[in-house]
Design a protein around this ligand. Structure first.
Ligand code: SF4
Ligand code: FE
Length: 485
């Protein structure tokens, strides 16, 4: 692992200089700019944990390609134990950052592409699998962060990739050359894109043979000519100004993902970095596997966030003198219950994992989808309970500038105090943390990250094996199975 710790990682980002825009201006250094730095620091935690004896076993793995110790974020799952360790690792990282630490998307992309590239080669005698293993060995040795790039803009959603009036609404091949491909299009909502080293481009949906130019998997470094990123706005992003340490809520790690548009304007990709090129029948499986791996994560990372939120409201209740009230204990119990329920399905889908023909392990798709679907409800319910317990001051709190003002600071301190001996500043800080973790972007991420709720419902229905369930019911009711359609 060339990048050995969090500081190494941040230093490595300063060298690569990708093209990143934010509020219309170019960002020179994503590790220092107040909009992007908190996200880079959250991702740096994935590097730091490797050196923590308490978590080393979760944060590292032995590469099946080289036998060397690598970051788990670059590992191909070799068994159920790996899948379970991933969930545990994500929970710890959620607890330590209170934020999205972004690196899981690349990990899930690596695992999906690995197994599908193998299967394409089996059918067509191509050499995608060997190419991919070579690229992956490089990622593991260097210990790079990969952004898994799946979601295309999609233009007119009633039309497929090849039917769009603007062909760039899905990333596609515009030229096939002797030495590689030229591609164009964009990917949206790219978590961790601006502070990654490499982009792993994958198709966003199952495609039919008319969409050959869109059935594309390839990898490019983030600083490849023609790649432009535009960093998204987040709720209260003005508060990330380096001077506002209290009002930012989670000033060190930001609190949410840090997403970007990544545009590809005639980007050249050499053949050794192309892992699917026109094999449309494999696009469905790729999306399905990536989505299942990514959905499994939400029982890990979001449970970590719920742990933090539960701790925050508990401390706030102590400050406010409500900790012993029975309704407070009941609501905190419910928050814990919802968090652990989410965690259970992530562990369950890992424990029911299965080997793909390549040897890479997949999670159980049904349980992964159920878990993610629960995240779209439970995280909101936990946020509702946290807001209920915290009280209205979350919405009406004067600013950090007023708290520090010579003229009115004493009033803010006096009238936002609680139980004696607890500093008013603690109440305000913890209130701001709760505000930042229950506000706009954090919850939208839980709803739509890893696919919108409807995408999980489609999978849950499809995997529900209703024929079998009908047979079970008929058998008990004494209806002959022959009458089953
Ligand atoms: Fe990882 Fe996605 Fe969770 Fe962020 S939201 S920590 S990328 S699984
Ligand atoms: Fe996500």
């Amino acid at each position: 692992m060339k990048i050995k710790n969090g500081q190494d990682y941040l230093r490595s980002l300063r060298k690569i200089n990708p093209v990143v825009y934010y509020k219309g201006k170019k960002i020179k250094d994503v590790t220092r700019h107040p909009a992007t730095a908190p996200h880079a620091r959250a991702a740096a935690m994935t590097y730091a944990l490797v050196n923590d004896p308490e978590y080393q076993d979760l944060a590292t793995a032995v590469s099946h390609l080289t036998g060397k110790t690598i970051s788990r974020f670059t590992h191909v799952h070799q068994g159920m134990e790996d899948l379970i360790k991933k969930v545990k690792l994500l929970r710890v990282l959620g607890q330590k950052t209170g934020s999205c630490f972004q690196r899981c998307v690349g990990l899930d992309g690596i695992n999906a592409v690995y197994s599908v590239a193998y299967e394409i080669d089996q059918k067509y005698g191509t050499d995608y699998f060997e190419r991919f293993k070579k690229w992956l060995t490089y990622i593991q040795e260097e210990n790079l962060m990969v952004v898994g790039a799946m979601t295309d803009p999609k233009g007119d959603r009633s039309k497929g990739p090849a039917e769009q009036s603007d062909p760039d609404q899905y990333v596609h091949v515009v030229e096939r050359r002797e030495d590689g491909l030229v591609i164009r299009g964009a990917k949206l909502h790219m978590t961790g894109g601006v502070n990654s080293h490499e982009i792993l481009i994958m198709p966003t949906t199952a495609m039919d043979p008319t969409a050959k130019d869109y059935a594309l998997v390839c990898a490019v470094p983030v600083n490849t000519p023609g790649v432009t990123m535009i960093f998204g706005r987040q709720a209260n992003d003005n508060r990330k100004d380096n001077k506002e340490r209290i009002d930012a809520g989670n000033p060190v790690f930001g609190g949410v993902g840090g997403e970007a548009v990544i545009a590809f304007e005639n980007v050249f990709v050499p053949w050794e970095r192309v892992f699917m090129n026109g094999e449309t029948e494999f696009t469905g499986n790729l999306v399905y596997r990536f989505a299942a791996h990514h959905r499994a994560n939400y029982g890990g990372c979001k449970t970590g966030l719920i742990d933090v939120l539960t701790g925050a409201v508990t401390y706030l209740a102590q400050i406010q003198g409500t900790a012993k009230a029975s309704h407070v204990r009941d609501k905190v119990t419910e928050m814990i219950h919802l968090g652990e329920t989410l965690y259970s399905s992530a562990i369950a889908c890992a424990a029911e994992g299965w080997p793909t023909p390549s040897g890479a392990y997949m999670v159980d798709t049904m349980l992964a989808n159920v878990g993610k679907h629960n995240a779209t409800r439970f995280h909101f319910e936990v946020a509702r309970l946290a807001s209920d317990l915290a009280g209205g001051f979350l919405a009406t709190l004067p600013s950090e500038y007023d708290l520090k003002s010579e003229d009115v600071g004493h009033l803010v301190k006096k009238y936002f105090s609680g139980v004696a001996n607890f500093p008013t500043e603690d109440r305000i800080k913890i209130g701001r943390l709760i505000e930042s973790m229950t506000g706009g972007t954090a919850l939208v991420e839980s709803m739509h990250g890893a696919g919108s709720p409807q995408a999980q419902r489609v999978m849950i229905f499809r995997e529900g094996d209703l024929n079998k369930k009908v047979k079970l019911a008929k058998a008990l009711a004494g209806i002959p199975p022959t009458r089953v359609k």
